[in-house]
Design a protein around this ligand. Sequence first.
Ligand code: TXA
Ligand code: MG
Length: 343
Amino acid sequence: METKVLKPLNNTREDAAIRTAAEILSDGGLVGLPTETVYGLAANAYDEAAVRAIFAAKGRPQDNPLIVHIAGPKELDALCRSVPEAARRLAAAFWPGPLTMVLPKSDRVSGTVSAGLDTVAVRMPSHPVARAVIEAAGVPLAAPSANLSGSPSPTTAAHVLADLDGRIPLILDGGACSVGVESTVLSFAGGVPRVLRPGGVTPAQIEAVLGAVEIDYAVDHQIAAGARVASPGMKYKHYAPKARVTIVDGPFEAFAAYLRAHRGKGVYALCFTGEETALDVPCIVYGGSDDEAAQARGLFAALRALDEAGAERVYARCPKKQGVALAVYNRLLRAAAFEVILL
Ligand code: TXA
Ligand code: MG
């Protein structure tokens, strides 16, 4: 299959690229498209065969459920059996935007989308291309990140093409993603809403609206093999470049000394912007040390750049573990298969 890359000129239903995407989706095909978080691989959420094709194109494990993307909060009622008042308040506060809510699913949502769970994850993206495509398709779109399963999430159309060329008919190019890490996944399954995956909307922001929020243990801890986790996606080694990555957690001086002692063929530093001049090994940067938004935007591209550079052994600077940087830390921990050195 030939994979076309089209750039929408304006983000309306009349735009030729948006129309092509909507036609492919109506015919049961898959489209790679930009959202504000990362690029998604979209299919009509109500089309079983199309949803199954997502799993095949990505090589995604069948037990990892998909997020359903909607054009507005009203669509929640078709997808969910019930919607708690707290969820409506969060939708009003953060949609469109990088917040996904896990809610009791209605019968319209297939077990393929929910991977057999009784819940469905829903979000309303803010990216104008994503919104135009959902509206033009006229149905909710199931969409995981548009990478091959296990590799870093794509934040540009070129990343999607690198992973899925020949596997899907169309990628819409909407430029680089403005958030750069995937949405916050929030579950309403228990009493107090719980962050299953940190993202662009921070726990403090959710707390400001709801008064209380919990953070799932699996966000920053490794879960024993075979253990049950609330969000199946969090149990996989994820976002991993080919190189072995280790997080080196400590002050910059100690990091620099550690690298001086460990330099060698194929050894790279994944560091904060500006630090590369003070390190004795080749470096890939992923944002300023105090700029968590830049770190979020830069992390996945930096992991891909390490592969392109031929890195074999990577020592990474540790992000702060709060705010948006909690999401950056969560992704980097998985890229490092939870290997952390404390200095
Ligand atoms: O920002 C995003 O969320 C991007 C863009 C494309 O919207 N999508 C994305 O999808 O990151 P994906 O499939 O790569 O990650 C979805 C995460 C997985 O960790 C999955 O296990 C979890 O959400 N998830 C989906 N449905 C769930 C459910 N019913 N219960 C618990 N976790 C769920
Ligand atoms: Mg993903």
